[in-house]
Design a protein around this ligand. Structure first.
Ligand code: HEC
Ligand code: HEC
Length: 214
């Protein structure tokens, strides 16, 4: 049964990644910089976010795809994506400002991720296996089959996850498992997250956070 359910998953993935190539959204980086004044407390002036051990990590936005960022802001605003820290700030932006900040952050050079430094070698090896090869005995496709070569992102639908903070990656995978994040197209991420063990999540998040972000 599970094998069959993977076939549509992969074909949707391929369809979305070819659809997601041209993704210019109508925004202005200079106006975006002004609108981002309220964002820097958490996402920092260079868009690097922050890894907080044991706490809520703030994601890096620098270098993410503009259309992906814009979608997330819209999702926070219409309640499709829920987060108590982030929602009030998304609510401060009108549609044009959401486009402007998205272009602004997308044009920043991607900064390195943090949080994987304390993982042991065995854990990092396993994280690498999941990210690059997956685990077909448990019907888990590799992360890079959707998130692009080296997990640096593919088009507007598949965000870069290499060089993102480990605490943030872990939190998102756990949120999908607990159904507190459910804004992914076709529930593609839910299908992956629900097959991951707590050890898988820690391992893949640690390894990804240590990879080059560009
Ligand atoms: C109080 C801290 C805080 C401030 C200020 C803040 N954010 Fe966030 N932001 C967060 C947190 C925490 C998350 C992760 C939410 C989650 O786990 O779902 C987040 C997530 C995001 C995401 C999703 C990133 C991704 O990779 O999916 C975007 C986009 C974003 N913020 C943009 C902004 C913008 C633009 C502003 C300013 C208008 C802003 N944020 C202000 C804390 C903040
Ligand atoms: C079948 C395609 C597919 C596969 C395979 C996949 N992902 Fe995703 N992933 C997505 C999509 C689509 C999104 C964007 C969801 C959205 O638009 O909110 C996403 C988003 C994410 C995010 C949120 C990033 C952010 O900035 O908020 C993380 C973290 C993530 N994936 C981790 C992983 C990991 C780790 C793996 C491998 C174990 C993986 N993904 C495999 C499709 C996939």
């Amino acid at each position: 049964m599970k094998i069959l359910s993977n076939i549509p998953l992969i074909s949707v993935c391929i369809a979305l990644s070819t659809l997601g190539q041209a993704n210019t959204i109508d925004g202005d980086a200079t106006r975006g910089q002004a609108a981002s004044a309220v964002c820097t407390a958490c996402h920092q002036a260079d868009g690097s976010g922050m890894f907080m051990p044991g706490g809520e990590s703030w994601p890096r936005l620098a270098g993410l795809d503009a259309a992906y960022i814009y979608k997330q802001l819209k999702d926070f605003n219409d309640g499709t994506r829920e987060n108590a820290s982030m929602a009030p700030f998304a609510a401060m932006l009108n549609d044009q400002q959401m486009r402007d900040v998205s272009v602004y952050y997308s044009e920043m050079p991607a900064t390195p991720g943090k949080g994987g430094e304390s993982a042991d070698l065995e854990m990092l090896e396993w994280g690498k296996t999941l990210a690059i090869h997956g685990d077909w005995t448990r019907y888990i496709p590799s992360c890079q089959s959707c998130h692009g070569p080296d997990n640096l992102g593919a088009g507007q639908h598949f965000p870069a996850i290499a060089g993102q903070h480990s605490g943030y990656i872990e939190a998102q995978l756990t949120a999908w498992q607990e159904n507190t994040r459910h804004n992914d197209p076709q529930h593609l991420m839910l299908a992956i997250a629900e097959r991951l063990s707590p050890y898988d999540i820690q391992a893949v998040s640690a390894w990804l956070s240590l990879q080059p972000s560009q």
